[in-house]
Every structure is written in structure tokens, then in C-alpha cells.
Ligand binder design. Sequence first.
Ligand code: NAP
Length: 323
Amino acid sequence: MSPQPRNVVIIGSGPAGLTAAIYCARANLAPLVFEGEPSSTGDQPGGQLMITTDVENYPGFPDGVQGPDLMAAFRTQASRFGAELRTEKVSRVDFSQRPFRLWVGDGDPAAATAQAVIVSTGAQSLMLGLEAEERLIGRGLSTCATCDGFFFRDQEIAVVGGGDSAMEEALFLTKFASKVTVIHRRDQLRASKIMQDRAFASDRIDFLWDHAVIDILGSEALEGVRVRHTGNGAEQTLPLAGLFVAIGHRPNTDLFKGALDMHPSGYLMTEPDSTRTNVPGVFACGDVQDDVYRQAVTAAGSGCMAAIDAERWLEAQPEREHR
Ligand code: NAP
């Protein structure tokens, strides 16, 4: 038998999901949060801040805060108001009828049923797949120039990638770094013409064409990279203070294929100025529906929006069950 329907189930526990949990809990909706489970494929309860060290741009922390400490505080705050947190990963959903059903693992029956669901499963930065990445992320290796550029004032750094993200990151980083080298695996950029022109016009950006990063050097902090020419195989070491990987992002939306409308890029579609998806009663917030801003504070803001949207939607339902 399926469990009694909850008012709201939240899938994901980054800044968006836990902010939604705080707001839902304070609205007496007793939300259940599936936090996810750590996995070798990059799943990370607490979201991307769990692999971030210094966070200096989250308002309210003038001296900065460690990413995991910030997420622990979000979690404590959500629990304090009555959100129930389960360290389990949702494996399957049925949004075709209400109450919605959610499963974990292979088991039956459903682990939870809900009148409303908030999806906040986030996104992952694509990585190069090098062993050193796990060790050096947040220690000179970054996937977010907006977050970490400030730490590299007057230093030499590099950006990997040839798309719009890489150009955007490189241009932003010229505000801080003395030199930015774009390392790209081909001899042509994928980025739009306007972004290419801007990058080519900068006297602080150099291009290392036809090179792949094959190793990241440094034990406690990043000290450089080893690169290989994709044509002749020649290798060289580049001493660097920082490396920004900007080879794209992947939203965590496999679970919702066929259940929710998505953009061709895999990001969930929401109605303009709202967190409503195409399924009434299912809301999406944070990086899973945002490929533009991708900041903890914007994710938290959209988590708040999702909670308010869900609360108002529930209020408007005649058959609402209270639990
Ligand atoms: P993208 O367009 O998919 O570009 C990814 C880049 O990373 C490509 O140059 C690719 O090389 C390279 N790459 C992929 N895997 C790699 C690997 N394992 N090792 C080395 N290099 C690798 O991704 P994006 O730049 O994140 O952009 C995604 C979308 O958002 C695009 O539609 C883009 O236009 C849009 N966007 C727009 C803006 C803007 O307009 N301001 C800013 C950011 C993003 P290849 O070229 O060889 O495939």
C-alpha cells in the first residue's frame, strides 16, 4: 500500500530545495525532502556547494563561509521548522495522476505520495574526468568564475573549453588575472561569433589551440597542468595558479524524461516568472531549470518561489488533504 499523501515532496537538497523546504515548513506544509545519496557519478546531497570551499558571494557572510557549512546551516534551518529529510535518492516518479508517486531504489510500493512536488535536483558541471579533479576542486580548480575569479588577482590561470561558457569565463577572469590562457582541444571555437570577437580582442587572453589537459598538478593546491597536443602528441607543463573547467553543464533530469517538459539541452521548462512546470502541481527551481545564472543565491531565491507557488496551488485545490 502506498503511504498517505504528503502536501509537498521536495526532490533535491541544494540551496533551492532546502530553501523551498524552509518556506514550505514555515507554511505548515510538513514537507518531505529526498536529499539524494552520494554517488560515483557525481550525485551530491547538498548540491554543488558541498564541493566548494570558500563562498564569498553569498549575502549575509561578510567574511565568507565554507560551502558545506552553509549547506549544513540550510539543513538545520529546514529541520527546525519541521521539514523531514531523507537521505535517499528518488529512482522513479509518476506524475500522470494525483497524488503523485515517488519511488526510491527498485522497490514497490512508492516511497512517498504527494499532492505537490518541487523538483530541485540541480545540475552538474561537466568535468574532464581526471583523477586529480576531486582532490583539487576548490583548491585552484574551479567551475565557476563568478564564484572564484576573485581569488586569482594578478595570477596566471587557464580556462578549458571552446564554447560560450569558456569565453564568458575567460572574459570575466581578465578582471582579476594577469593572464588567462584558453586551452581548447581543437583549432576553432564553438562559441558564438560575438563572444569569439570579444575574447580575441582581449590582450589578457591567450589561446592554446589543439591541446587537451591530461593532468592537473599539485597536491594541496593546483600548481599547473600537463597538456598534450591533439595532433602530434607533444606534451608540456603549464605552471598555473588556477584552472577553470568550462566544458558545459548537465542538468540532473534523467528521472523526469517523459514526465516533464524539457528544453533540448535537458533543462526543465518552467512558465515565465514562475516555477510551474507543464504538470499542474509540479514545480521546478534552482539549477535544474536555470542555465543562465547558476548561483547559490539565485537557486535559493527560486526555491522560495517554488514553495510559494506550491502553497498557493495547494490552497486552490478543493480536495487538499492535510497531513
Ligand atoms: P558547449 O557549447 O557545449 O561547449 C563546450 C565546449 O567544451 C566545446 O568547445 C567543447 O569542445 C569543449 N569540451 C567538451 N567536452 C570536453 C572535454 N572532455 N575536454 C575538453 N573540451 C571539451 O557548452 P557551453 O559553452 O557551456 O554552452 C552551452 C550552451 O549555453 C550553448 O548553447 C551556449 O551558446 C549557451 N551559453 C551562452 C552564453 C552567452 O551567450 N553569453 C554563455 C554561456 C553559455 P568542442 O568544441 O571540440 O566540442
